[in-house]
Write a protein of this length. Structure first.
Length: 457
């Protein structure tokens, strides 16, 4: 085997540093680097004398001038926050009394410059041959930044909890098996269930049977990565009634991107859906009424503009009849709760002839449906007379003062072929406040209603 000359081996070895010379320094350097990086201060206390020795980083942690010599332990104890002193001392005494050798505690210190820092202390008690505490050694770690982060997180969670607890919408979370793991108090107002009663129960319990397939389809789309979109579904209240909710949900993913839960917000839109349904009905009714009014207007114009009718007379007749239609629409807008005295209705119909008309009669209150029918009578009397539904009757005489007068009125006949709802309207059976009509010989063909007004000559 080839061997180097002895002189070469000796020269090479002489160039290597002696590990015994630099090992202690290197250990010290590494320890100091670790202390500074982690914010750790190492200490050792002699229990009998109350003397503490610490690494320079310990004193820097406490805001004190570093020293390599011993210092009284009370120097560091004086830095503890007044609200934490008794708690730390009592905890240490309990460890001593229990025979345990390890003690961990978190407390605050107030540095000489007034800065408050949080310290985590972990120490070990070393006992002598008799089992009595001889030394207490350990580390202090600055955890101020962690405490600040925890306080911010706690404040954020409290804000979130306050918003959720006071939200008017249902806020709930479910696990992958669709069991409810949390739900806010709004669920009791909407569904009637206390939140505690719903925890651990399956979501399917509150979904109608005809909606379960839809709910499962939405969940499967979410599991395939589809973006969350709001949708409407029905839920079952505790009393068995249905309510409609608008749901917006999102999957909760773990660190690996796997779904672990479902977070949902459900808003009660039952009233909105009912309002939309009512709006559709009202629009249809409005279209129906509009067509009827236009048909009446067309009939008025066609029956007024007859050969031999003067322009001024036709204009007066058309305007008067259109005004009657307008007054009828006011009753339509008033709804079923509206109404007016019969005298007001008559005055409205003969307003164009107020200077020539005297109105007299008992006080009678007419409901809105009757008022609508009544207001339409004069405007359509002319065309109805041609169809045999209306006839003009009149009488005349002389007043005690010698002035002559004439009574004129409309007699409206409702044939039996008329739908039952309109015949009931004419008979006044739905409005007990209106006096029942007096029977007459024409009852066989329907019911006659007359109203009269005295016109001075």
């Amino acid at each position: 085997m080839f061997r180097r000359p002895e002189s070469q081996r000796t020269e090479k070895n002489s160039q290597r540093p002696d590990c015994r010379d630099w090992a202690p320094w290197r250990r010290e350097e590494i320890l100091e680097l670790a202390e500074r990086s982690a914010g750790i201060g190492v200490w050792d206390i002699e229990v009998a004398t109350g003397v503490l020795r610490g690494r320079p980083q310990l004193f820097q942690l406490m805001g004190l001038e570093p020293t390599s010599g011993p210092v009284p332990v009370d120097t560091l104890r004086a830095l503890r926050h007044p609200d934490d002193r008794d708690r730390v001392a009592d905890g240490f005494q309990q460890v001593l009394d229990s025979g345990n050798d390890f003690y961990e505690v978190e407390f605050r210190i107030v540095r000489p410059d007034g800065q408050v820092r949080w310290i985590f202390r972990r120490g070990r008690i070393v006992r002598d041959s008799r089992g009595m505490p001889a030394r207490y050694s350990g580390v202090d770690i600055d955890i101020t930044e962690r405490k600040i982060a925890e306080a911010a997180l706690a404040e954020s969670e409290q804000r979130y909890r306050t918003l959720v607890d006071n939200a008017s919408d249902i806020v709930a979370t479910m696990d992958r098996d669709m069991r409810i793991t949390s739900v806010n108090p709004a669920v009791e107002r909407i569904l009637g269930y206390p939140p505690q009663e719903m925890l651990g129960t399956s979501l399917e319990r509150y979904i109608p049977a005809d909606q379960i397939a839809k709910q499962n389809a939405v969940l499967q789309r979410k599991l395939t990565g589809e973006d969350p979109t709001p949708y409407e579904t029905d839920l079952l209240r505790k009393d068995g009634q249905r309510c409609t909710v608008e749901v917006n949900s999102r999957l909760v993913l773990d660190a690996l991107g796997q779904p672990t839960a479902l977070h949902s917000i459900a808003r009660d839109v039952t009233e909105r859906r009912n309002a939309e349904a009512r709006q559709v009905i009202l629009l249809r009714e409005l279209q129906h009424r509009t067509k009827n009014i236009l048909a009446i207007v067309q009939s008025i114009v066609l029956n007024t503009l007859t050969p031999g009718t003067g322009i001024e007379a036709a204009q007066e007749a058309i305007v008067g009849r259109l005004q009657a239609i307008a007054r009828a629409q006011e009753f339509v807008a008033a709804g079923r709760s509206g109404g007016a005295p019969l005298r007001v209705l008559v005055e409205g119909q003969v307003a164009s002839f107020a200077a020539r008309v005297q109105i007299d009669g008992p006080v009678v209150f007419a409901g809105a449906p009757f008022g609508q029918m009544f207001a339409m009578l004069p405007s359509t009397a002319h065309c109805r007379s041609r169809a045999g539904m209306c006839s003009c009757v009149g009488t005349s005489g002389t007043t005690p003062g010698g002035r002559s007068w004439r009574s004129r009125g409309w007699s409206v006949t409702v044939p039996r072929s008329t739908p039952r709802s309109i015949r009931a309207l004419a008979a006044g059976s739905s409005w007990p406040r209106l006096p029942a009509p007096r029977a007459s010989s024409s009852m066989a063909a329907g019911w006659n209603m007359q109203w009269t007004s005295r016109c001075r000559r």
